[in-house]
Ligand binder design. Sequence first.
Ligand SMILES: C[S@@+](CC[C@H](N)C(=O)[O-])C[C@H]1O[C@@H](n2cnc3c(N)ncnc32)[C@H](O)[C@@H]1O
Length: 299
Amino acid sequence: MKDKIHIPVLIKSIISNIEEFGINKPKIVDATLGLGGYIKNIIASGIGGSFLGIDCDKDNLEEAKKRLCKERENIKFSLGNFRDISEILKKNHFEDADIFLFDLGLCSTHIDDQERGFSFQAEGLLDMRFSKEQDGSAYDFINFTNEQELADIIYKYGEERLSRHIASEIIRRRKIKKIETTKELANLIQDVYSHKGIKRSKRHPATRTFQALRIAVNDELGALEQGLSDTIGIAKTGVRIFVISYHSLEDRLVKNIFRKAKKEGKLKLINKKVITPSAPELAENPRSRSAKLRIAEKL
Ligand SMILES: C[S@@+](CC[C@H](N)C(=O)[O-])C[C@H]1O[C@@H](n2cnc3c(N)ncnc32)[C@H](O)[C@@H]1O
């Protein structure tokens, strides 16, 4: 794994909110451990407490263990998907946690490692699985899904208006030869755009389709719905749940789950307006630009 630094997004807002919350030595679940940036910063802030770090990506989990080797004493690590959070909490005796953190989506390591096949800017085999143990990669999805479903997914998860044209071109080309690499797919999408006479905007035309594929391959919205709903169900009164999302589909889902739980009298919203990165954070970490933080408290 390349030693790129992943800068934890909105960490200052998270820490100040935990401090305001005022629990002495809280029990904290980081459901998306990544490289352990949140836990490292929370410990460094002096909040203390004990931690459970969950990630479905074995490489990231192992890297986090290394990066947190000095702090390991109070941290448990669990390889797993947060859609199974109930089981994971039970197994690790963390059902009584005080704080849950969800920092959704992919990590910089996924983008930077071209072999993981997430980036259309680097050549790699179409993969995009967060967990290498999972069946069904982007290659399988692109080469074996029927045209209607492909178009629907690209439209629904990518909000791509040329979804039908892209799906139809995928079908046409894969009959001649399977589509194997990120560049092949990115060039195909570029060709569809050029054929339609659409000039390049600031974003590469493949951005939306790649987002859609990633969401579908990892069933990101399904895992989020299950994991967040179960967390709300399990959490004891007073528990705070932090969710950071990076695109509108994710944020809408979080907003709706929180709203529903609020209506049912299970939650109160801590921030009425979403929290976004400050100008200095954006300057330091451009990857944080689409981040939105929502915080809720279990009633
Ligand atoms: C944005 S990164 C988290 C970065 C972390 N906050 C840090 O500061 O290092 C998201 C991480 O969540 C993991 N992940 C995504 N979906 C997951 C899921 N359903 N269950 C468990 N881990 C997941 C990814 O593998 C990735 O490592």
